[in-house]
Design a protein around this ligand. Structure first.
Ligand code: NAD
Length: 323
């Protein structure tokens, strides 16, 4: 999996990963196992040391699962070097992946700084989940080189990435970002234009609203709703999307599905004209979830989640992707 493909950009320097929390440390693995050197910077100096502990553990598990492109964990680890300042991280970089907290003012400030420090032609990409690229890059001298590359957590195990241009992003920036994402083995989606939530969170949001609605109105408890996705819809969704699903679920394909089931779904949504109040369900949800998973076991469960994802990633690896 994730074989490195030579691109023009790859020979031009290293990748700067800015912000070394959940997402930054995972991107560092994505890039380093594909042969790129990574400079890892965080405003909190202790965070790079914490990321180091995570990397050591994750790389050894990834090696066991065969998810390091045939590289030794140590060889991948050595490519990831902490940087003590932002300008050191950017010095010699051809691409920046920003992963600071999700706050508009902070992203504006960081992108202004990145645009000031980075040489012309260096791509400035953000991992933001929900901020439109135009909202924090408009007006910058280098707005044309700014873009969103939105991953799913953790990107070293979940390959989909949404490449989202802002109003001023150049075609060249879109193409070079997508080429890099493909080169490091991600499944790249290029959006034609920005919209709140991009694609993934809009889809997830639609499902979450309905899950909250069913819970809030007392139709089922959290575990029952989770089972319907985990042991139902999610099994298919782990290897095909909603359109392929319905194409295969009617004898005459997708048009037949629309004729057979379209009116039923239409009627469901006519009834469903209200949005549930998520906060109003918060205390009950917290109480049910804490009985299923003690809050003190959250981190262990995240490790479990990643090891389950590794099994899926490993099982889905195609033979030609082995080095
Ligand atoms: P996190 O809190 O784990 O990490 C953020 C890191 O940024 C922290 O280590 C913090 O010290 C550092 N930081 C703060 N200010 C900084 C600055 N000025 N310069 C450099 N580093 C700075 O958060 P995360 O979950 O890794 O999220 C990072 C970004 O990725 C957010 O924009 C988030 O929306 C996006 N994202 C998160 C997820 C997810 O599920 N966690 C998924 C996709 C995208």
């Amino acid at each position: 999996m994730h074989r490195r493909i030579e691109t023009d950009t790859s020979s031009a320097g290293h990748i700067a990963v800015v912000g070394a929390g959940f997402i930054g440390q995972s991107w560092a693995i994505v890039f380093a196992r594909s042969g790129y050197d990574v400079a890892l910077y965080d405003a909190d100096p202790s965070q790079c040391a914490k990321a180091g502990v995570f990397l050591d553990q994750a790389l050894s598990q990834l090696d066991e699962a065969g998810l390091l492109n045939g590289l030794a964990p140590q060889a991948v680890r050595e490519r990831i070097v902490p940087a003590d300042t932002l300008s050191h991280a950017l010095d010699g970089a051809f691409y920046v992946q920003e992963n600071a907290p999700e706050k508009l003012d902070l992203k504006r400030q960081i992108f202004a700084e990145l645009d000031e420090l980075a040489k012309p032609g260096v791509i400035l990409a953000s991992s933001t989940s929900a901020l439109l690229p135009t909202s924090f890059t408009e007006g910058l001298k280098g707005a044309a080189r700014c873009i969103v590359a939105h991953p799913i957590n953790p990107p070293h195990l979940v390959p989909a990435v949404e490449v989202v241009p802002g109003r001023s992003t150049s075609q060249e920036t879109i193409e070079r970002t997508a080429a890099l994402m493909n080169a490091v083995g991600q499944s790249t989606v290029i959006m034609r234009r920005e919209i709140d939530g991009f694609i993934i969170n809009r889809l997830q949001g639609a499902l979450l609203h309905e899950a909250f609605h069913l819970f809030a109105e007392g139709y089922a408890d959290t575990e029952s709703i989770d089972i319907c996705v985990r042991d139902g819809l999610g099994l298919r969704w782990s290897f095909m999307g909603p359109f392929e699903t319905i194409d295969l679920n009617a004898p005459g394909g997708i048009s037949d599905y629309i004729e057979r089931y379209g009116p039923f779904y239409r009627q469901l949504w006519q009834e469903n004209d209200h949005l549930p109040d998520w906060r109003a369900c918060g205390a009950r949800l917290e109480s049910e979830r804490s009985q299923i998973l003690a809050r003190s076991d959250m981190q262990a469960r995240q490790v479990w989640r990643d090891s389950e994802l590794m099994k899926i990633a490993s099982a889905r690896r195609r033979p030609e992707q082995d080095c």
